[in-house]
Design a protein around this ligand. Structure first.
Ligand SMILES: O=C(O)C(=O)C[C@H](O)[C@@H](O)CO
Length: 253
């Protein structure tokens, strides 16, 4: 058995727009339900959702027949957290809070086997179908997709260097943290924040990398796509549930 191609990595490499859904419900049933909707990617979050490795494993299994490539966000740019997610079969990671090129290099190194990186070796994890993917150790470095998250003003001032790091496939802008960092907490729509988001995509594109972002409302998502963002989360499972449940309750009470 051979390691297949990472469809998401190929798509963003070719700058084909990838529409995603942010998943914070920590439920393999919820993940399975949305995995057949037609999204290109789904983000399983361990930074701001109470997900642990066994739960992510269940969600990876539940979404595997669906349309979406899983992207997993470790809680931190940490080689041990990253290694555990890669071993259970995550092939695309979104590494949060990358502030400069050195931190981006560390994120890439954590995703690469030696000698190019520092990922520990096992030949028998789910990532290699328990050893049956016989070329896993040789091919994994090529197929793993590394996305780094830029979410502060400091990181934005370093974005050209971050995006230029070899092995970084995409740079993701975090609108919530970025707005907090510039003094507009809770208001990513503020014109100052929107200006930063618009200039960020231009700089990421100039570095030859794909740009990603998360939008909580439809109009924002469409504007980000118009501005040139390549992978855009257009909503979240949690908000779909809470808004749908709120609206239903309101219509009867
Ligand atoms: O800064 C951001 O925006 C993010 O990092 C996304 C957040 O974690 C959050 O909106 C996810 O629910």
């Amino acid at each position: 058995m051979d390691l297949g191609k990472n469809a998401f990595k190929a798509a963003i490499g070719a700058r084909r727009l990838q529409i995603g859904l942010w998943c914070s419900l920590c439920s393999s049933v919820a993940t399975e339900v949305v995995s057949d909707c037609g999204y290109d990617w789904m983000l399983l979050d361990t930074e701001h959702a109470p997900n642990e490795v066994p739960g992510i494993l269940d969600q990876l299994r539940s979404m595997s027949p669906g349309t979406a490539t899983p992207i997993v966000r470790p809680a931190w740019n940490d080689a041990v957290l990253i290694k555990r997610l890669l071993d259970i079969g995550a092939q695309t990671l979104l590494i949060p809070f990358v502030q400069n090129a050195a931190e981006a290099e560390r994120a890439v190194a954590s995703c690469r086997y030696p000698p190019s990186g520092i990922r520990g070796i096992t030949g028998s994890a789910r990532a290699s179908r328990y050893g049956r993917v016989t070329n896993y150790l040789q091919e994994a470095n090529e197929q793993i997709c590394v996305l780094v998250q830029v979410e502060t003003l400091v990181a934005l001032s370093e974005i050209d260097e971050i995006a230029a790091v070899d092995g970084v496939d995409g740079v993701f802008i975090g609108p919530s943290d970025l707005s907090a960092s510039v003094g507009h907490i809770g208001n990513p729509q503020h014109p100052d924040v929107q200006h930063l988001i618009k200039t960020a995509v231009e700089r990421i594109a100039s570095a030859g990398k794909a740009a990603g972002i998360l939008a909580s409302v439809d109009a924002d998502a469409r504007r980000y796509i118009d501005w040139g963002y390549n992978f855009v989360a257009v909503g979240s499972d949690l908000h779909l549930l809470s808004k749908g449940a709120d609206n239903l309750a309101r219509s009867f009470k």
